[in-house]
Design a protein around this ligand. Sequence first.
Ligand code: MN
Ligand code: MN
Length: 289
Amino acid sequence: MSHPAFAEANAPYDEARFVLYGIPFDGTSSFRAGSRWAPDAMRKVSYNFEAYVHDFGVDLERVPIHDMGNCETSVGVGDTLAETCALTKGIVNAGKVPIMMGGEHSLTYACVEAFRGKVGVVVLDAHLDLRKEYRGAKHNHACVSRHIIEELTDRYVALGVRSGTQEEWAFVRDHPELKFYTADDICRRGIDAVLKEVDAYFSGCDRIYLSLDMDAVDPAYAPGLGTPEPFGITPRDVRAVVGGLAPKAAGFDIVEIAPEYDCGEITAVLGAKLIRYFIAAKWKSMNKG
Ligand code: MN
Ligand code: MN
């Protein structure tokens, strides 16, 4: 492993209930690449925090967490997705919760695929990511949600969206069975009201996959991004989503942090904190009754 493990990720793989792994791949990122450096950036700053997460009364020292380190990636996105899917499948089939640290958003397709598609999907993202293909590549990071919707799930929620082409917004209009909440919707209505609706939407669904494209957050709070988009949601809103959905979430990822553009590690700190928050929320729900 190139970098010390994520803080408190001290359990051996066999005993772990949570498995962290980095996929340092940013091969299709078009504007500012560099999300390949994010897993180690988050590991480094993870030592900043107390092990005790007060909101859930959970001491992460006592939670069986394992960090597999960074996985070797291929040059091509296709091979990288296949490797990511196989790795994630192994974790899922062993009854553990996978937490993928990207890398770029295209990787999320492989993580959802590992559940054989039998999950609802929640994506936090500034971008719709609904293109069929981009720059000649199907699995460009700008297309990930489209392929997840068309191939892997029929229950899909996007939160914090505010950027897309005219065709992508037409797709949103044409699919009322999917839920898209813009950053303005969340700002206007409040995250609790939105989460209530999301909860009802997933009532017939026993597990979901949660993906955080960090650019959902306003770049004022998260400057280290490949594709920053102003007028985003707040870290507090994201935390509410992570805490609220963790009980139902069978897997989680954080993608698209670009440490080279970060200011004083603000974005990596936020990412590392949200991973810890997710684990604490999920662990509490696993140990209820
Ligand atoms: Mn995205
Ligand atoms: Mn995005």
